[in-house]
Ligand binder design. Structure first.
Ligand code: PMP
Ligand code: GLU
Length: 395
């Protein structure tokens, strides 16, 4: 018998997004024609100017360990980006570059949470927030929202969820999975609650910042009275289609940045040196250089919303950013489809995989068991075919 694994990993859920993507890959290898709308990753290639910088970095012999918190000139590019796009002032000692925003979030949980600390997660929330918190000893506290309120948390619901044990709140805007974008007024209303509770740290995940079809993006840290308690998380995976290059970063109060630097120094060291050099080009370039991707996502959103409207039992909000739709499919609960009784959204996602050959993700993993998440970061052809298959499977 093998020695036992730790309770820590045994109690951890497998990432539902990655698990579904792996399952789709496996079925494809078996010869099935699966359309993958499970993983949130742009289908564009990396812009040429970014690729060129990476190639140049290899030619220039970048090869060694980097400073744990990132190259100085990359940190400078991040500081300039934060000022340009978000009106935020950071100094180099407040910036930490990591191996993806996922590691930025994991660092934050590790350096801020003690066992029993509560982490507020307005639901639906990005799948990994919950387990990243739990593995650090935190206790996720979901704050339910509804499709009627565009899946946004109200100040009243936030206030009601706060206890003396609340340590942190994590949210994303634009939101993965709902696509909701908080306006300045909405964020200010949440900030008005949070300023009354100065021991709560806010983690503002802004990785979909540029994939925003509505008004301007607003950073929580831009409110003067929130700056000292907010960590701004961002990265290049989504906006620059650099998911596999693994670069994320934070702007944070200095003592938190220093702690993340210490944590990372014992776990992974600095992020990949070539990807860091390429990220300088990505961030120094005007966001207008990636507008073509945003325009394409906007067109696909229109396409998929139109197609989903035709399917009975699919209720959607209008996502204002990111590249997901998050339909409420609870209409199908208790119904028997092709001999299978659908009890919950996981059953429904599995049904779609098996009967429609379309990979989506159960809403359960995002804290909303009535929904499924469909990524429309796919070609128009695939979107059309996938929705037609879903429609046939449920009809
Ligand atoms: N936050 C959100 C909301 C995401 O959707 C993702 C997607 N992977 C991440 C963080 C992590 O991004 P990455 O580690 O690729 O930078
Ligand atoms: N963030 C993407 C998603 O939600 C990528 C997968 C992941 O990192 O979990 O699908």
């Amino acid at each position: 018998m093998n020695p036992k694994l730790s309770d820590r990993v045994n109690q951890m859920a497998t990432s539902a997004t990655l698990a579904m993507a792996a399952k789709a890959r496996e079925l494809r290898e078996q010869g099935k024609d699966i359309i993958g709308l499970s993983l949130g990753e742009p289908d564009f290639t990396v812009p040429n100017f970014v690729k060129d910088s990476a190639i140049q970095a290899i030619k220039d012999d970048y090869h060694s360990y980097t400073p744990v918190d990132g190259y100085g000139d990359l940190k400078q590019a991040i500081i300039t980006k934060f000022k340009r796009d978000n009106g935020l002032d950071y100094s180099p000692s407040q910036i930490v570059v990591s191996t993806g925003a996922k590691q930025s979030l994991a660092n934050l949980a590790q350096v801020l949470l003690n066992p029993g600390d509560e982490v507020l997660l307005p639901a639906p929330y990005w799948v990994s927030y919950s387990d990243i918190s739990k593995v650090a000893g935190g206790v996720p506290v979901e704050i339910p929202t509804s499709i009627e309120s565009d899946f946004k948390v109200t100040p009243e619901a936030l206030e009601a969820a706060i206890t003396p044990k609340t340590k942190m709140m994590i949210y994303s805007s634009p939101c993965n999975p709902s696509g909701s974008v908080y306006s300045k007024e909405e964020l200010r209303a949440l900030a008005n609650v949070l300023v009354k509770h100065p021991s709560i740290i806010v983690v503002s995940d802004e990785i979909y910042e540029h994939i925003n079809f509505t008004g301007p993006h607003v950073s929580m840290a831009a409110f003067e009275d929130m700056y000292d308690r907010t960590i701004t998380v961002n990265g290049v995976s989504k906006a620059f289609s650099m998911t596999g290059w693994r670069i994320g970063y934070i702007g944070a109060p200095e003592y938190i940045a220093r702690a993340c630097n210490k944590m990372q120094g014992q776990v992974t060291s600095g992020a990949n040196c070539i990807a860091q050099r390429a990220t300088i080009s990505a961030l120094e370039t005007s966001p207008s250089a990636i507008q073509y991707m945003i325009d394409a996502f906007k067109e696909r959103r229109k396409l998929i919303l139109g197609l989903l409207k035709e399917i009975p039992g699919f209720k959607t909000n209008e996502p204002e950013g990111a590249f997901y739709v998050f339909p409420d499919i609870s209409y199908y609960f208790g119904k028997t489809l092709k001999g299978k009784t659908i009890e919950n959204s996981s059953d429904f996602a599995l049904f779609l995989l098996e009967e429609a050959n379309v990979a989506t993700v159960t809403g359960q993993a995002f804290g909303d068991p009535n929904c499924i998440r469909i990524s429309y970061a796919a070609s128009e052809e695939d979107i059309k075919e996938a929705i037609s298959r879903i429609s046939q499977a449920v009809s």
